[in-house]
Ligand binder design. Structure first.
Ligand SMILES: C[S@@+](CC[C@H](N)C(=O)[O-])C[C@H]1O[C@@H](n2cnc3c(N)ncnc32)[C@H](O)[C@@H]1O
Length: 716
């Protein structure tokens, strides 16, 4: 389906007319979209992950149906479905087949709400909960059938802007085996009586999950295809070409692990969301950016039911993203034709938003309104009241709030924590500032914030986890005027995700714990003894973080090598703190930590101190010695003979790795701590120096001269 065709589909009401007009502005990006489609098609792994379904324009605009609104003796889809709904079979069948509870209630709902549809979405388990929110917000009742499949009651056509929608299908039969389904479909008689020539028909099989007793795809295609062909003129066009499939009346069997559904394909957007594909081509990328699908889901949830109010030309409300980063939310809202503005405390982020969103706006042509982005601290009182100008009120705040390892509240670098469970309170200032600033709120956060929001007075709050291991969450507050909180049919709850996260950590910890016999390792006379001296003062947070990270890497090296007896000496002060807080050093179980200095822990005559500035080159690596590596990063050592001075002052023997002798082309000889440990271990395992360096010298340093080494060379 080309966008052009979509644009000329007849809008059912003024709202969709406005939306289509908005889309029309994007239509000018057609060649760009076509090329992205070509490119994506070559990526087999991605397309199989996303699931592919040939696109089709909406069934009302398919000649087979649109030309014959008054079908006599043929298939009037709404009438057929209404009959199924009224006789309570299809919804019940689906609920029974897929084990969804509440068949009676669902049936009543179906009667009340009209046509049920099966919605196919992309099969990404993590993003699925965001789709569930979108679908729940855009249709009045919906149920999750399995990953990638929803049953939506009511006007499922409302979800055609959903980020993950692959196809919308009017279900006609649902059975738990393909054979039973085939028997049902054989009873169906379909004619397109108003056509002089019968339209082309086509049959598709889409496997959401493999059925345990599946009918092979070939057998299924042959059996169902024969029936579907008999209803129309068969299919003469090439199936692979989506553009040629537009006018074809298409039927599909959806296979899942529990059962099969047969239905008419009533709508399928092109195989990948145009918006998502487009956004991936933005000029500037941001490590803390939001996934395009999630952003669109947030925007759709925020505007659901009052889309007209957000219309950029005629609406009275605007969406605001006060922490807009690279502009993903703004772009998502703009593609839907909504009035949207953003802000960020960081001037760089504001510039990035302008560049990224501006790139797409420019392609769409002059008629499109460029969303405004301003440099502003979201915590300022009334920061965004005027963001869209005085003629629109702030209808919704939609934002991926700053959190965790990448960006902090205040705009600076995040603090590196992967999990910030104990820090939900960090969000409090922003949540307080945003509460009364809009009617609706949709936030992405790194920890659950729904309870805090309820306590602060946000109304009709619900949340979902956007990751099976509880690393990010979407929280929705629909406000006072809503009839209730959103109840999406999620795949896993927030509590389940958090439990899984805790279980995963525990399991990992238990696993590593059970493997290591530290006493035996240190008692082994052949073990290679290495000590890391962390007594050095570090000159910056960055240096401390870097040393702690390298120590953590060494723990991994030690895990993989039973012959290594690794001791961290002078284990006190900032490095020990840093390691505990950010690298969970309490759980480092295959090394020893000693708060004494290295010369107190080991006999000084056994100590060989590794220093790039030493005169003597190391030859053999010997189990009777203890090799000490300085816990220092080269940022600090540049220009200073730090470790050799420390060794000499303490009367210890200092040696260097024989890089100069074996790798004269190597320009950079100040290695990371873990690299030195790996080299010593490799040499000890019996490799020659040549083999050792070939295997263990960092690859980058083998080939290129690092930038910093282009400066005056002070160290070896
Ligand atoms: C997670 S990022 C937003 C990502 C964005 N949605 C995207 O897709 O690029 C959070 C943003 O919040 C901004 N920020 C942090 N503190 C802020 C504050 N007090 N006021 C406004 N923006 C802030 C950061 O500069 C960062 O760009």
């Amino acid at each position: 389906m080309t966008l052009h065709h979509h644009l000329h589909s007849s809008p059912r009401d003024a709202r969709s007319a406005v939306m289509l007009a908005r889309l029309a502005r994007c239509a000018r990006i057609e060649p760009h979209v076509a090329s992205s489609r070509r490119r994506v098609a070559t990526k087999a792994s991605k397309s199989s992950k996303m699931g592919r379904f040939p696109s089709t324009k909406s069934v009302e605009n398919t000649p087979a149906f649109a030309a014959a609104p008054d079908i006599h003796g043929g298939l009037d889809i709404d009438a057929v479905v209404a009959r199924w709904g009224a006789s309570a079979t299809i919804v019940d069948d689906i609920c029974a087949t897929f084990g969804v509870g509440g068949g009676g209630a669902a049936r009543a709902k179906a009667r009340e709400l009209g046509t049920p549809r099966v919605l196919l979405t992309h099969k990404n388990e993590n993003v699925y909960n965001a789709y569930a929110c979108e679908i729940a917000a855009m249709t009045r009742a919906s149920r999750s059938l399995c990953v990638g499949m929803f049953l939506a009651m009511g006007d499922a056509r409302a979800v055609r802007h959903a980020a993950g929608l692959r196809a919308e299908i009017v279900p006609l039969f649902a059975r738990d085996t393909a054979e039973a389904l085939l028997a049902d479909v054989e009873t169906l008689r379909v004619t397109f009586s108003s056509h002089v020539n019968a339209p082309e028909t086509a049959f598709f099989h889409d496997c959401v999950a493999r059925h345990p007793h599946r009918m092979s795809s070939d057998a299924l295609g042959a059996a169902f295809g024969r029936i579907v062909d008999s209803w129309g003129a068969g299919l003469s066009r090439a199936r692979g070409d989506e553009r040629q499939m537009e006018d074809v009346a298409r039927f599909a069997v959806i296979e899942s692990a529990r059962g099969y559904v047969f239905g008419l394909v009533s709508y399928a957007p092109s195989s990948l969301s145009l918006r998502a594909v487009d956004w991936a081509r933005k000029p500037q990328h941001f490590s803390a950016g939001t996934r395009a699908e999630i952003a669109l889901a947030c925007v759709n949830v925020a505007a659901a039911g009052c889309e007209a109010a957000f219309d950029v030309d005629s609406g009275s409300a605007a969406l605001i993203d006060p922490c807009c980063g690279s502009g993903t939310m703004l772009h998502a809202a703009w593609t839907r034709g909504f009035a949207v503005a953003g802000g960020d405390i960081s001037p760089g982020a504001v510039a990035m938003t302008k560049t990224n969103v501006g790139y797409f706006v420019a392609r769409a042509g002059q008629s499109s309104t460029m969303p405004r982005a301003v440099e502003r601290d979201a915590l300022e009182p009334n920061a965004f009241q005027d963001a869209y100008g005085s003629h629109k009120r702030v209808g919704a705040i939609v934002s991926n709030l700053p959190f965790g390892r990448r960006v902090a509240i205040g705009g600076g670098d995040g603090d590196g924590r992967a999990s910030v469970g104990a820090f939900a309170s960090e969000y409090a200032p922003m949540l307080t500032a945003f509460r009364d600033a809009a009617d609706r709120h949709v936030f992405i956060s790194g920890v659950p914030i729904a309870d805090d929001m309820r306590a602060m007075g946000y109304k009709n709050v619900s949340d979902v986890s956007l990751c099976r291991f509880g690393r990010s969450f979407m929280t929705i507050a629909l406000g006072e005027s809503a009839s209730g909180a959103l109840e999406p049919a999620t795949l896993f709850s927030v509590d389940e995700a958090l439990e899984r996260a805790a279980g995963k950590k525990e399991k990992k910890w238990q696993k590593s714990k059970s493997k290591v016999d530290i006493a035996a390792r240190f008692a082994n006379p052949n073990a290679l003894r290495i000590a890391i001296d962390v007594s050095y003062e570090q000159d910056s947070t960055r240096a401390r973080r870097s040393v702690a990270k390298q120590l953590c890497e060494c723990v991994g090296v030690s895990h993989r090598n039973d012959n290594l007896a690794l001791t961290y000496c002078a284990w006190r002060g900032p490095i020990a703190e840093e390691s505990r807080e950010y690298f969970f050093s309490d759980r480092w179980d295959c090394i020893k930590k000693d708060d004494r200095d290295v010369e107190e822990v080991f006999a000084p005559e056994d100590i060989v101190y590794m220093s790039p500035d030493a005169d003597e080159a190391l030859d053999e690596v010997d189990a009777s010695k203890v090799y000490v590596v300085g816990g220092i990063v080269d940022l600090a050592t540049r220009g200073m003979r730090t470790s050799v001075t420390r060794a000499t002052n303490a009367g210890l023997r200092a040696v260097r790795l024989p890089i100069r002798e074996f790798k004269p082309e190597q320009t950079h000889t100040v290695l990371n701590i873990d690299a030195v440990v790996k080299i010593l271990a490799a040499r000890r395992s019996g490799l020659s120096w040549d083999e050792t360096f070939e295997r263990e010298l960092p690859k980058r340093q083998k080939k290129e001269r690092p930038k910093r080494e282009k400066r005056e060379r002070v160290v070896e």
